[in-house]
Ligand binder design. Structure first.
Ligand SMILES: *Cc1c(COP(=O)(O)O)cnc(C)c1O
Length: 362
């Protein structure tokens, strides 16, 4: 089978260099070799997330830590900010953890705003909120800086932020934002295989977790902290992922974080231009477009053209690239093109050529 290059918004293409690191010979997770590996990465991870806190590694997809966050720091009631498939699901997850939870729903395509959250928190009912920074299903990036500014007004509310499809692609200054939990799975902008989550907690989040009785074991954040202090993880991690992450971190710093952030912004603009050139509009509300993927309107909203998405996907796939045909209730009414990870103008131009060819045949 010839390889079809992934331009879906996760998992994304993984480089041969990363796979090579992934296939390093196995080592023991309690030995000095592993500790040295984690200790080498720790300052890189801290620099990546702009934090002095220890950064943790969890062998799970993002949902493991998303659920873990609920179990560790929600005592009273959690506000789940909902603007798309992933953020909507967090409400169900909160309820399945037995928590009192309420959704703050906006229309898909719209961002979550600070004003909406402020009005909810003002009721005094909530001791935690969940927010997805970059809602991958709709291609909407919510204004994290403005939202995080609310933390000063509500210091006792735990701000739990999923940056699954934005971490490493745009600056998220964990310490300056003052948020409490930040997490991302590695199969999105990290451009690694799925199965590892990187996360960090504020001292306030750890203090609160320490008082939570039923926080479980596997995602006990106190265990992660204690082990990270020794450059270890609570249980046996996917050591292969840790090797791959180390290689990726070296790549990030060889490129430079600012250059990496700028590259993602530029490439997402290029995809937005491709859409406009072909008469499409974008699904996200103007000004809130993601920098890692473009969600193109294909009849979900008024304006712009609409094509047979399944046929478009097939025509593009025949040329060796996989694009996404829309997620959840906007499947077929949108389509998504990812530029996250290792993509360059050159590789994106190859994709746009294939998409241009496909458009001619529709
Ligand atoms: C992909 C994604 C998830 C889910 O991650 P899993 O790896 O499937 O657990 C959660 N949030 C966002 C924003 C995502 O893009």
């Amino acid at each position: 089978m010839p390889h079809v290059k992934l331009h879906i918004p996760g998992p994304v293409e993984v480089s041969p260099k990363t796979f090579k690191a992934f296939c390093s010979p196995m080592i023991g997770h309690r030995g000095q070799g592993f500790k040295d590996l984690y200790a080498k990465m720790q300052p890189q991870l801290q620099q990546l997330l702009f934090t002095k806190q220890l950064v943790y590694l969890s062998t799970s997809s993002a949902w493991g830590v998303m659920e873990g966050a609920i179990r560790n720091v929600v005592h009273k009631k959690v506000l789940n900010c909902m603007c798309g498939a992933f953020s909507d699901k967090w409400l169900d997850v909160s309820k399945k953890c037995g928590k009192d939870a309420e959704g703050l729903q906006v229309n898909w395509g719209s961002p979550i705003t600070a004003a909406l959250i402020d009005a909810k928190l003002a009721t005094g009912q909530f001791d935690a909120l969940t927010l997805i920074h970059n809602e991958t299903s709709t291609g909407v990036m919510s204004p994290l800086t403005e939202i995080a500014a609310l933390k000063k007004k509500y210091p006792d509310v735990m701000f739990i932020v999923d940056a699954v499809s934005s971490m490493t692609a745009t600056k998220i200054d964990f310490d300056a934002l003052g948020i409490d939990i930040l997490l991302a799975g590695t199969q999105k902008a990290f451009a690694m295989p799925p199965g590892l989550t990187v996360f960090v907690c504020s001292t306030a989040a750890l203090a609160k977790a320490a008082t939570t009785k039923d926080r479980g074991y596997y995602f006990d954040f106190i265990e992660f902290q204690k082990n990270a202090e020794q450059s270890m993880t609570p249980s046996t991690p996917s050591i292969s992922h840790v090797f791959a992450l180390s290689s990726k971190l070296d790549d990030f710093f060889a490129e430079g974080l600012e250059a990496r952030f700028a590259r993602h912004t530029k490439l997402s603009k290029n995809t937005q231009d491709w859409a406009a050139k072909h008469g499409f509009t974008l699904y996200p509300e103007k000004g809130f477009e993601s920098v890692t993927l473009t969600c193109i309107n294909n009849g979900a909203k008024p304006g712009g053209r609409a094509v047979d998405v399944a046929k478009l996907q097939k025509l593009v796939k025949d040329q060796g690239f996989l694009i996404d045909g829309g997620y959840g209730k906007i499947k077929g009414l949108t389509f998504r093109v990812s530029n996250m990870g290792d993509e360059t103008e050159e590789t994106m131009n190859q994709l746009y050529s294939a998409m241009d060819n496909a458009m001619k045949q529709l």
